[in-house]
Design a protein around this ligand. Structure first.
Ligand SMILES: Nc1ncnc2c1ncn2[C@@H]1O[C@H](COP(=O)(O)OP(=O)(O)OP(=O)(O)O)[C@@H](O)[C@H]1O
Length: 653
């Protein structure tokens, strides 16, 4: 099968396929193997708990639709039983003697009852279908809301734990849909069970000796359904890794962020070849499954035919022996057919309930895990403001990754004051951003403390605290919203004067002036009429967001700017630092500035130099240059670069 017009790419060229080691652990097909190993005994053991979970979720989503689904399914079973009894009546009248017009007339009332029972069954079935169709999307939405509210409520630290992140992703990828599927399949099991129960009840009433016949007729069905279901799950397991790999390859190829690099590195052919390789393998497995399932179906039909033959033979013997009347035998045949159909549905739904139940239990486990990572339930109110922030002997280590067990901050102490600018300086990985995150209330120290005047921030309301802090982040988000919402989104109200001041301070006003619809331009090229700002233009908008939030009198006494000018041109950078100092002077806020541009750092009131998570020097620019330590070394390197470039550029001109 050829899916690409590229020249064929051999396995050697693709290095035997792209190396994607993270695929070793299947994540979104996490429970495939457990599902494949499911036995009926295991499924039966878990069924009550799963049914209870499904019912609780459905009740939370829509009690009315849950009650309607349950009642209508039971009504459908009752109507089925009623129809079977009416069938016996009709057959009894017709076969009591040789059929004559009089017999037909005598059978009329039973026929009417049968018609009414079948109509009632049809109405119940349609209404139950409607209630179920209304219930499922509500359940999916409930599960989505539960997931999103948990994942936005947990402390940021949870996202540094790869186990938590995997669990979240797994639930995001399948959890909500599987919650809907769990409820749907549980309702289907109920429908099937009610159908079987109706047939069993009627047969038991007609003649108890007919019940073993029902078992005989259902046995091949039971065998066929289990064999087909287990075969399907084995196929899923066999292709778990491949399926995920295919999914990731699709994501890589359709994602706009990758489009340019795929082309720059001429990766198209390789990606498509890899996709074909995985997709062809999946197709082979699917085609093999289709053949094997057809064989199973054939064997099931043959066994079912034999069983039906045996049932008819036994019924014939019972008729001849006078154990049952002909009308009862006829009704028994109908009841057995009804039971077979209902059983088939119930069994296949049961295996689906088991599979969806595994995912949903994982979802519930995630909620429980997330609950352990929530901030304290009844925190102290956040302080209104401060004259001084004291960072005292703070040590902090990330949960996993990065430097392993080495702390990102090690016994750090410093003081910030209102109206003053403190610059954090140091080489890559020295802990500047980590310190900024602790100051902005995103992480709590592992030891040591941070105080706003006399208030220790440990145990205060984190959300309330962060409302009083404005952050211009290093990795700011490109919100797919209008330019206006990108700036004002985090702050209540929409104050045009404040917006203008913030835009001017960040020089975002010139960016907006060039946009087709000014502040109302959508900043996302994936949508019609969307614009795509450059990296530096995005940075100006992110800075405007920080200034806007900070421009509300005393309510936001701390502004943190982490690498705010990395993408700015020289003029914008100069203007930005001037605005930052003006902000400290005008609002009286304490300003923390992180930057590698030391020419701008010299304007700060105080400079703190970090190395390997420790404060190694601090003071004013002149003192640090005098001290001849790390700061002086970094300063000299940057200054030298400028000294050399001037003569060279003059020379080349
Ligand atoms: N989320 C994280 N999980 C694990 N380790 C992290 C995480 N973020 C940072 N680190 C590690 O903590 C150390 C300090 O990182 P940090 O980002 O604070 O440095 P930085 O001084 O801001 O660096 P840069 O100048 O490159 O921005 C680094 O070794 C980094 O690998």
């Amino acid at each position: 099968m050829t899916r690409t017009t590229e020249p064929p790419v051999t396995d050697d060229e693709t290095g035997g396929g792209l190396s994607l080691p993270e695929l070793a652990t299947p994540v979104w097909r996490h429970f495939g193997s457990q599902a494949a190993e499911a036995t009926w005994a295991r499924i039966a053991r878990r069924m009550p708990a799963l049914a209870a979970q499904a019912a609780a979720l459905a009740w939370q989503s829509s009690p009315r639709d849950l009650l309607a689904t349950t009642a209508l399914n039971i009504g459908m079973g009752a109507a089925t039983a009623w129809a079977l009894v009416a069938t016996t009546g009709v057959l009894g009248e017709l076969f009591a003697a040789a059929p004559t017009p009089d017999r037909l007339a005598a059978a009329l009332p039973s026929l009417l009852v049968l018609a009414a029972a079948l109509a009632l069954r049809g109405i119940c079935s349609a209404a139950a279908g409607r209630a179920q169709a209304r219930l499922e999307p509500k359940v999916v939405l409930t599960a989505e809301r539960r997931l999103l509210s948990r994942c936005t409520a947990v402390e940021l630290r949870a996202f540094d734990d790869s186990g938590f992140h995997d669990h979240l992703y797994r639930c995001y990828a399948r959890g909500s849909d599987e919650a809907g599927a769990l409820v749907r399949h549980t309702a289907d099991v109920l429908t099937g069970t009610v159908g079987v129960a109706a047939a069993v009840g009627v047969l038991g009433v007609l003649h108890p000796a007919l019940l073993p016949l029902l078992l005989l007729a259902m046995a091949p069905q039971w065998w066929g359904s289990s064999a087909a279901a287990r075969m399907r799950y084995r196929m899923i397991v066999a292709f778990t890794d491949g399926h995920r790999r295919k999914f990731l390859l699709e994501q890589i190829m359709v994602n706009r962020d990758n489009a340019a690099e795929i082309r720059s590195f001429t990766m198209e052919g390789r990606l498509l070849a890899e996709f074909d390789r995985v997709a062809d393998r999946e197709l082979d497995i699917q085609l093999g499954l289709a053949t094997r399932q057809a064989l199973i179906r054939l064997a099931g039909s043959a066994a079912g035919g034999l069983a039906s033959g045996a049932v008819f033979a036994v019924l014939g013997l019972m008729l001849v022996g006078g154990t049952v009347e002909i009308a009862v035998a006829g009704a028994a045949v109908v009841a057995i057919r009804v039971a077979q159909g209902a059983l088939g549905n119930a069994l296949s739904s049961l295996t689906h309930v088991y599979e969806s139940g595994l995912y949903f239990s994982d979802f519930v486990a995630f909620e429980e895990e997330a609950a352990l990572r929530l901030p304290p339930a009844e925190p102290e109110p956040a302080p209104e403001g401060f004259e001084e922030i004291r960072v005292e002997n703070v040590t902090f280590t990330y949960p996993s990754g990065g430097k392993g067990d080495a702390p990102a901050l090690d016994d750090v102490s410093l003081i910030l004051r209102r109206g003053r600018t403190v610059a954090l300086v140091g080489e890559n990985g020295s802990g500047k951003t980590t310190l900024a995150k602790l100051l902005s209330g995103l992480y709590a120290p592992e030891s040591g403390r941070i105080r706003w005047d006399d208030t220790d921030l440990a145990g205060v309301d984190g959300t309330g605290l962060r409302r009083r802090i404005s952050v211009i982040a290093q990795d700011h988000t490109h919100w797919p919203l209008t330019a206006r919402r990108n700036v004002v989104m985090s702050s209540p109200g929409d104050d045009p004067g404040r917006l203008e001041r913030a835009a001017r301070a960040a020089r975002a006003d010139t960016v907006v002036a060039e946009l087709a619809h000014g502040w109302d331009t959508l900043l996302d090229k994936r949508f019609v009429d969307g614009a795509e700002p450059s990296g530096g233009q995005w940075q100006r908008l992110a800075a405007a967001r920080g200034f806007y939030r900070g421009d509300d009198g005393d309510a936001t006494p701390l502004l943190i700017a982490d690498e705010p000018t990395a993408a700015l041109d020289a003029r914008a950078e100069h203007a930005f630092f001037a605005s930052l100092h003006a902000h400290a002077g005008r609002t009286g806020a304490a300003v923390v500035l992180i930057t590698h541009r030391l020419a701008s750092v010299r304007m700060a009131d105080h400079i703190v130099v970090l190395s390997k998570g420790r404060v190694v020097e601090e003071g004013a620019h002149a003192d640090l240059v005098e001290a001849d330590g790390l700061y002086r070394e970094l300063w000299d390197l940057q200054a030298a670069a400028y000294r050399w470039s001037v003569p060279e550029s003059r020379h080349s001109a």
